[in-house]
Design a protein. Structure first.
Length: 37
């Protein structure tokens, strides 16, 4: 049971960290993007 619980927790952490990385990448992209107007 503990092994299963740990696996789920790891999956959640990986999913969360991937989401954070994507958010940071998008933020940097918008930050350094030259303004269209």
């Amino acid at each position: 049971m503990w092994q299963k619980l740990k696996t789920v927790a790891c999956d959640d952490v990986l999913r969360f960290s991937r989401h954070m990385q994507l958010t940071i990448c998008l933020a940097h992209f918008h930050e350094f993007q030259p303004t269209a107007d």
